[in-house]
Structure formats: C-alpha cells, structure tokens
Design a protein around this ligand. Structure first.
Ligand code: AMP
Length: 146
C-alpha cells in the first residue's frame, strides 16, 4: 500500500528513551519496511567552539567507537542490521536530514521531550527537523509515564 512507510530513519540520542522511539518506529513501519538507525556525534569543535586548544581527534575517534557499540546494541533489539546503523559526525538536525535524503526515507522518527520555561525558547530536535525535511517526521513523546 502506498500510504505505508517503507524506509524509516530513526534518530536516537542513545539515552534510555531510545527504546521507546525505536518501538514506535517499528510499530508504524510497513511489513518488510527498512528501518535505519542514526546517532549523530557533534564534533567537539562544534560543541566547544572552533579553537579547542589541543588535538582531539583520538578522543573523537574513541567517542565514535563507543557510540557505535551502544547504537548497535539498541539496533539489535529491534532486528536492525549493522549495515542499517549510521553513526555520523556533524550537526544533529542537518546530519539526520541529509541521511534521510540519502536513504530516500519516507519517515524520520525522533523522540520529543515536553518543554516549558526557558527550554521552550531553545526548541526541540523534532521541531528543528521539520522545516527542511523532505518526508514526514514523527515526534514520539518520550517523557510520558504510560
Ligand atoms: P529533544 O526533544 O530536543 O531533547 O530531542 C530528543 C530526540 O532528538 C531524541 O529522542 C532523538 O530522537 C533526537 N536526538 C537528539 N540528539 C541526537 C543525536 N545526537 N543523534 C541522533 N538523534 C538525536
């Protein structure tokens, strides 16, 4: 059926919320759909400013290795093969959007925390993704008790 989602990209931050986000993605995927998982590492220079006063490439590489291990553990629980696990370096929203385009994804699935106060001003990953995305975006509420 053409209304079904066939190529899904699930973005996880590797926190404990990730299982809920993955479970929702698996639930809306069509039978036989491809589920891809992405976890993005922000370059240390991006997070701390361009002039980090030392060579951080080894640290960056070991962060990537560790993140890949964690992402693979999450993936395994949902039958996602290692080829469909993408651990990328870059700005989170842009990298997720680019990967979705590259895969021809028809749905991006992300978690979404309820915000109040100052956090509202910062906005959420889901909200940042929607304007430039070329496919549907599902924001899974991750801080509800049910
Ligand atoms: P937020 O409501 O902005 O805290 O968004 C949290 C959600 O954004 C997570 O559940 C993930 O779906 C996504 N997300 C946040 N950080 C990352 C990351 N580093 N890599 C991939 N997805 C992420």
């Amino acid at each position: 059926m053409e209304n079904e989602y066939r190529t899904l990209l699930v973005a996880i931050d590797c926190s404990e919320d990730s299982g809920r986000v993955l479970a929702r993605a698996a639930a809306v995927a069509a039978k036989g759909a491809r589920l891809h998982l992405i976890h993005v590492i922000e370059p240390l220079a991006l997070a701390y400013g361009a002039d980090v006063p030392m060579d951080v490439s080894d640290l960056q590489a070991s962060l990537m290795d560790q993140a890949r291990k964690t992402a693979l553990e999450h993936a395994e629980r949902f039958g996602i093969t290692p080829e469909q696990v993408h651990v990328e370096l870059g700005a989170i929203e842009k990298t997720i959007r680019e990967k979705a385009d590259q895969l021809g994804a028809d749905l991006i699935v992300v978690g979404s925390h309820t915000r109040s106060g100052l956090a509202l001003l910062l906005g959420s990953t889901a909200r940042g993704l929607v304007p430039g995305a070329h496919c549907d975006v599902l924001a899974v509420k991750v801080d509800q008790s049910s």
